[in-house]
Design a protein around this ligand. Structure first.
Ligand code: NBG
Length: 870
C-alpha cells in the first residue's frame, strides 16, 4: 500500500522536509511584526504564518501579555498558558494546510464516532509530534522554567471512562501519523470523568471542571452549527403525488462545533477531533424574556446545556438513561449532518457516491443510532428511496464491539425511544420488519418452530427478559445488521463475538466478522512518557525509526542478554522508579524502598478485573512475612504494590474493593516488622497523566481478569512497551502479548475461557484452598477493620447462598499464588529479570496502534493516505 511505502521514506538523522521550518530570528530580539517578517523572508507565503518566525520565548511572553494581561513575574501555570497558546498557532498552521490539501484532493474519509475520547494532556504530545520540543524546551529554559514542570500544569482532558475512550485517542494519533484522511467526532463534555478523592479510605467523586481556565487546544467554529431535535410527532404529507414524512420535534437544540487539531508525528498532517457542544436554539427565548419570564428563558438554556454537560451520567435511573440516549443522538445527528453538508457541497445529490467518500466507525454501541439517523436524513430530508438508502447506509457503517459484559450492551426501552426519537423508532421498526422477513426466507431449511425461535432471538426489537411488559431495542443487533463489518478488539475476544455474543448473526454473515487487535500509540506511551528509555533504544538501534515502525524494536532482542546493555536498561528503570517513589511520597507521605519490586495494577475497578484477587495475595504475602524471622525476611523479595482506578459512582461492590485496598494498606504500611518488605498504596484519581508516570516505573503489572471477560486491555500493551513484566490470565490481548514476548517470559495463570461456563455451574461445590478460607475468615473477622462493610465483599465470592463468585476468584486463587512465587524467584535473578524486561519491549512491535489502524484502513475502511506537502 502507498502509505506503507511512505512510512519508509524518512531517513534517520536528517529532519524530514516539513521539520525544516522557516529560518528563525535570533533569540532575544524584539518580536517582529508580521509584515516585517514577510519582508525579511521573501520566500514566505503571501499570508505569512503568524508565529513561525517569532522566537518562542518572545512569543510566549507576548501571549501572556496580550491574552492574559501578564507582564513578567509568571507562575508555572502562566508559563503553561503562554507556551500552549504559542504552540497552538503552529498546530493550527499545520491543521489548515492539511485541510486545504484534503479539500483539494477530496479523498475518502474515515469518521470515528465515539461518545468518549480520553485525550489526557496535549502540550508535550503536540510539541513532540510537531518536532518543536527543542525549541520550546530552550525557550522555557530562557524564561527560567523546565518543560516537564510546565507540562504538569495542564489539566487532563478526561472525556472518557477508560480503555474504550483512550483507544479512540490513540487511534486519532495513528490516523494522523499515517496521513489517513480521518476525523474523530464526539461530545465536548463540560465535566469530564469525575475526579476521585479518598476520604478516610473511601472513594468520593468530585466534578471535573476542566474548562475554567480556557482550552488552548480547541478552536470554536462559529460557522459550524446544526439543529438537533427531540420528541414531537411524525406525519405523512402529500407533496405532489409523493407522500413525504415530516418529523416535527417538540424540542430543539443547537450543536456547536469545536475542533481539536490532532498532530501526526513525523508528518505535516494534522487531523481533527470535532466535538459538539449543546447550546440553546436562541440565546434566550426572547418572547419569554420580554414577558418577564426570566426563569423559563433560563430553563431552555439549562436544558440544552445539560445535554453536553456531563460524561455518561449515571444510568441507573430512567431520567439518567434518557439523558444518555439524548447525548448519543445529539452528537450522531450533528456529525452526520456535518459530513453530509460537506459531501453535498462537492457532490451535490449524488448520494450513491457517499460510500466512496465517507465511512463511519461506531465505537461500541453508543453511536448506533447512526443507523437510523443516516436513513432518516437520506429518506426524509434528501427524499431518496428506502432500498437505495439502506444500501448506502450499510455500506458506510462499521461497528466495533468492546465488551462482553451484558450490562454494557445497550438496550433502550421502545417507550423511551419512541418518545424521544419517534421517527427513528419507526425506521428501526421498518428495518426490523425487513430483517426478520428476510431471515424467515433465509432460514427456510429449519423446522418451523426452530425457525420462529431463531428469528425471535435475532430480532432487533425484543421483550425485556426481566420484564415481559417492556419491549427493548437491542442496539448491538441494530449495529450488526446495519454495518458492513463487525469486529472485536483482540483475537480471543473476536472469537467470543463470533461464537457466543453474535453467533446467530455470524452463522448468517460469516464474512462480516473480523478481528482488529487493539494497539496503543508508541509516541505517547513510550517515546514521550519515557524519553530516557526512548533514547537508550534509539542509541542502541542507531535510529529513531522505531517510533513510526515499532517492528524495529525487535532489534533489541540481540541485546537482551548483554550485561552492559542490561545495566543501562536497569538504570533507566531505576530513575523512573525514583519518580514514582516521589509521587507516592507526595500523596501518602511515605518513603518507599526503591529497591523493592514495583508491582502495579491500574485500571477501572471492576469485579471482573479482580483487584480483589490481587489484594488477597498481598494479604497472604503479609501473613507469610509476619511468620518469618528477621533473617528470613531479608531473603524475601520486597514489593511496593500500587493499585489505582476509579469505581463507577453507583457501583457499590467496586467501592468496597477500593476500601479494602486502603484498609489493608493502612495495616501493612505501618507494620514495623514488615514495612521494609511490603507496602500497598492506592493512588487516587488514576488518569492518563498518572499512567504516564506510573507505567515507565513498573516492573510487574497485573492483568488478571477472569478468562474471557477482558475484551483486550490496552494498558498491558503500554506496560509491555516500557519493559514491564506481566502476570496475567489467558485473556484479551495478554494472549497475543505472550505470543510476541515468548510465553515463558510471562507469568500466566488461571483457568481458560473455554472452562468458565462449566466451572461457574460447579462453583458451589468447588473445594476452596485452605489459604483462601483463612483469608476470608481474616477479612470477615475484622483484621482490617470495617467488618460490616467488607461482609458483602466476602459473601460475594465465598458465601454461595449470597454471591456465586461469578468471576471465579476462588478457582484461580492457588495458581495465582503460585505465579506470584515464580515472580519472586525470577526477580531474585536480576539478570534474567532484565533479559525478560528487554524481551517485552522488543516484542511489543505488534501493539502499536499504527498497525491496528493500518488494518482497519485496509480491511474495513478502504481509506488511503493523503499527505499534504510540507
Ligand atoms: C473496553 C474493554 C477493554 C478494551 C477497551 C478498548 C469498554 C466498554 N471496553 O478490554 O473493557 O481494551 O474497551 O477496546 O470500555
Amino acid at each position: 500500500m502507498a502509505y506503507r511505502q511512505l512510512q519508509n521514506h524518512t531517513t534517520a538523522g536528517a529532519p524530514p522536509a516539513h521539520r525544516q521550518i522557516a529560518p528563525r530570528v535570533a533569540l532575544g530580539r524584539r518580536p517582529l511584526r508580521v509584515s516585517a517578517v514577510a519582508e525579511l523572508d521573501k520566500t514566505a507565503a503571501v499570508v505569512p504564518e503568524s508565529t513561525a518566525l517569532v522566537p518562542a520565548p518572545v512569543d510566549i511572553a507576548n501571549k501572556l501579555r496580550y491574552l492574559f494581561g501578564r507582564n513578567g513575574d509568571y507562575t508555572v501555570a502562566d508559563a503553561y498558558q503562554g507556551t500552549s497558546w504559542s504552540v497552538r498557532e503552529k498546530l493550527i498552521d499545520s491543521f489548515n494546510k492539511t485541510h486545504e490539501h484534503w479539500k483539494k484532493e477530496d479523498p475518502k474519509f474515515i469518521y470515528y464516532l465515539s461518545a468518549e475520547f480520553l485525550m489526557g494532556r496535549s502540550l508535550i504530545n503536540t510539541v513532540y509530534n510537531l518536532g518543536l520540543e527543542g525549541e520550546y524546551a530552550e525557550a522555557l529554559n530562557q524564561l527560567g522554567y523546565e518543560m516537564e514542570k510546565v507540562a504538569d500544569a495542564e489539566r487532563d482532558a478526561a472525556l472518557g471512562n477508560g480503555g474504550l475512550g483512550r483507544l479512540a485517542a490513540c487511534f486519532l494519533d495513528s490516523i494522523a501519523t499515517l496521513d489517513l484522511p480521518g476525523w474523530g467526532y464526539g461530545i465536548r463534555y463540560k465535566y469530564g470523568m469525575f475526579k476521585q478523592a479518598l476520604k478516610n479510605g473511601y472513594q468520593v467523586e468530585l466534578p471535573d471542571i476542566w474548562l475554567t481556565k480556557g482550552n488552548p487546544w480547541e478552536l470554536r467554529r462559529d460557522d459550524v452549527k446544526f439543529e438537533v431535535g427531540f420528541g414531537g410527532r411524525v406525519e405523512r404529507r402529500k407533496q405532489g403525488n409523493k407522500e413525504v414524512t415530516v418529523w416535527t420535534p417538540s424540542e430543539k437544540v443547537v450543536a456547536q462545533a469545536y475542533d481539536n487539531p490532532i498532530p501526526g508525528f513525523n508528518t505535516p498532517t494534522t487531523s481533527n477531533l470535532r466535538l459538539w457542544d449543546a447550546v440553546p436554539l436562541t440565546e434566550f427565548d426572547l418572547s419569554a424574556f420580554n414577558a418577564g419570564d426570566y426563569d423559563r428563558a433560563m430553563l431552555e438554556r439549562e436544558r440544552a446545556e445539560g445535554i453536553s454537560a456531563v460524561l455518561y451520567p449515571n444510568d441507573s435511573t430512567p431520567e439518567g438513561k434518557e439523558l444518555r440516549l439524548k447525548q448519543q443522538y445529539f452528537f450522531v445527528c450533528a456529525s452526520l449532518q456535518d459530513v453530509l453538508s460537506r459531501f453535498k457541497a462537492v457532490h451535490g445529490n449524488n448520494f450513491d457516491l457517499l460510500p466512496e467518500k465517507a465511512c463511519f466507525q461506531l465505537n461500541d454501541t453508543h453511536p448506533t443510532i447512526a443507523v437510523a439517523e443516516l436513513m432518516r436524513l437520506l429518506l426524509d430530508v434528501e427524499g431518496l428511496d428506502w432500498d437505495q438508502v439502506w444500501t448506502i447506509t450499510t455500506k458506510c457503517l462499521n461497528y466495533t464491539n468492546h465488551t462482553v459484559m451484558p450490562e454494557a450492551l445497550e438496550k433502550w426501552p421502545v417507550k423511551v425511544m419512541a418518545k424521544m426519537l419517534p421517527r427513528h423508532m419507526e425506521i428501526i421498526e421498518v428495518i426490523n420488519e425487513g430483517w426478520t422477513k428476510w431471515l424467515g426466507g433465509h432460514l427456510n431449511d429449519l423446522a418451523p418452530e426452530e425457525r420462529t425461535k431463531r428469528i425471535a432471538a435475532m430480532s432487533i426489537i425484543h421483550e425485556n427478559p426481566w420484564n415481559k411488559e417492556e419491549m427493548l431495542v437491542n442496539m448491538a443487533y441494530l449495529a450488526v445488521v446495519g454495518s458492513s463489518a463487525v469486529n472485536g478488539v483482540a483475537a480471543i475476544h473476536s472469537n467470543i463475538v463470533k461464537d457466543e455474543i453474535f453467533n446467530d448473526f455470524y452463522q448468517i454473515f460469516p464474512s462480516k466478522f473480523q478481528n482488529k487487535t487493539n494497539g496503543v500509540t508508541p509516541r505517547r506511551w513510550l517515546a514521550w512518557c519515557n524519553p530516557e528509555l526512548a533514547s537508550l533504544i534509539t542509541g542502541t538501534l542507531g535510529t529513531s525509526e522505531w517510533i513510526n515502525d515499532t517492528e524495529k524494536l525487535a532489534g533489541l532482542r540481540a541485546y537482551a542478554s548483554d550485561k552492559a546493555f542490561q545495566a543501562k536498561w536497569a538504570a533507566v528503570k531505576k530513575a523512573k522508579k525514583a519518580k514514582l517513589a516521589e509521587l507516592i511520597k507526595k500523596v501518602h507521605g511515605d518513603e518507599v524502598n526503591q529497591n523493592a519490586l514495583f508491582d502495579i495494577q491500574i485500571k477501572r475497578i471492576h469485579e471482573y478485573k479482580r483487584q480483589y484477587l490481587n489484594v488477597l495475595s498481598i494479604i497472604w504475602r503479609y501473613k507469610q512475612l509476619k511468620k518469618m524471622s528477621p533473617e528470613e525476611r531479608k531473603k524475601a523479595v520486597a514489593r511496593v504494590c500500587v493499585i489505582g482506578g476509579k469505581a463507577a459512582s453507583a457501583y457499590d461492590m467496586a467501592k468496597r474493593i477500593i476500601r479494602l485496598v486502603t484498609a489493608v494498606g493502612d495495616v501493612i504500611n505501618k507494620d514495623p516488622e514488615t514495612k521494609e518488605y511490603l507496602r500497598l498504596y492506592f493512588l487516587p484519581d488514576y488518569n492518563v497523566s498518572l499512567a504516564e508516570t506510573i507505567i515507565p516505573a513498573a516492573e510487574l503489572s497485573q492483568h488478571i481478569s477472569t478468562a474471557g471477560t477482558e475484551a483486550s486491555g490496552t494498558s498491558n500493551m503500554k506496560f509491555q512497551m516500557n519493559g514491564c513484566l506481566i502476570i496475567g490470565t489467558w485473556d484479551g490481548a495478554n494472549i497475543e502479548i505472550a505470543e510476541e514476548t515468548g510465553i515463558d517470559n510471562v507469568f500466566v495463570f488461571g483457568v481458560r475461557a473455554e472452562e468458565i461456563t462449566q466451572l461457574r455451574k460447579e462453583r458451589k461445590n468447588f473445594k476452596t484452598d485452605p489459604r483462601w478460607d483463612e483469608l476470608m475468615r481474616d477479612i470477615e473477622g475484622g483484621m482490617f477493620g470495617d467488618k460490616d462493610y467488607f461482609k458483602p465483599l466476602v459473601d460475594s465470592v465465598n458465601n454461595m447462598k449470597v454471591g456465586n463468585d461469578w468471576f471465579l476468584l476462588a478457582n484461580d486463587f492457588a495458581s495465582y499464588l503460585k505465579a506470584q512465587e515464580d515472580v519472586d524467584a525470577c526477580y531474585k535473578d536480576q539478570s534474567e529479570w532484565l533479559r525478560r524486561s528487554i524481551m517485552y519491549t522488543a516484542g511489543s512491535g505488534k501493539f502499536s496502534s499504527d498497525r491496528t489502524i493500518r488494518e482497519y484502513a485496509e480491511d474495513i475502511w478502504h481509506v488511503t493516505p493523503s499527505r499534504p506537502t510540507a
